[in-house]
Design a protein. Sequence first.
Length: 303
Amino acid sequence: MHQEEKAGTVVEHHEDVQTSSVTSKERQEPELIGLVANVDELPQGYFRSKNFLGSLLATELGLMAAVAQFGYIAPILSLINADLGPDPNYIWISLIYNVCLSVFLPVVGRLSDIFGRRNFMIGGAILGVVGTIICATSQSINVLIGGNVICGVANATQMSFHVVMGELVPLRYRYKINAILYISCIPASALGGIIAYSFVVHYPTVSWRGPYYLLIAINALALICWVLFYYPPNFRNLHVDQGDKSKKAFWIKHYDYVGTVLFAAGFVMFTIGLNSGVLLDSWTMKANIDFNRRRERLSLGLW
């Protein structure tokens, strides 16, 4: 949802977004345009502009990192446990990642709708770099689990690729761009196990930490691209002439905190309960059955 500024005029392509000031200096390159842009309204060279290509690359790298975070690590969990453990809690390395991703994905979507996406995407990339560094340098299973908590939160922004592309690409070409993004995930998903084991077999001094080093590089490149090329509307652009809604304090005050907490708690209990019989204990164990019964009663009561 960007604008093109030429010779002191503003071409707007989002029905709810207006800008208050326009520079007189003509820009050399067209800016990115948003969700409701008509194909005929796109400036010449739009798909070759540095901002579009840079934003596309940032989205592609972020999605690749999010998929690889699970695709690279899940096949070698037993090797990681043998090196840092043995620890019966090692299964939480992959489980906690999925829990955090599932809980924060809708939260990130809603908050970025309100406050603008740029800072969320940049913040997610920063968390991705920090999380993978912690994982790559961890000396215990517990630290590795903590690193995956951070990575799960980071990947909630990276998995929002469909929202970003929906705002940058007109509907006519969206399926082509989505195809490019999905194809870029092949090394992270279909070939994830092969790449992970290649580090273990061919680079034993690096071993299972190798995939994390690769993820650090991918997240760092994505961060650079987000910072340099992604400029969607900010909070001020999104809430022009909306009275009290033009103030951040209004949205902070009226945000549904209770609903968010209930959603997160319910989803965490559901996800852990769903996986406990398969990953942690047998479905026939009394403790497991009792936990799921309590979870169902509590969730129903809160609902």
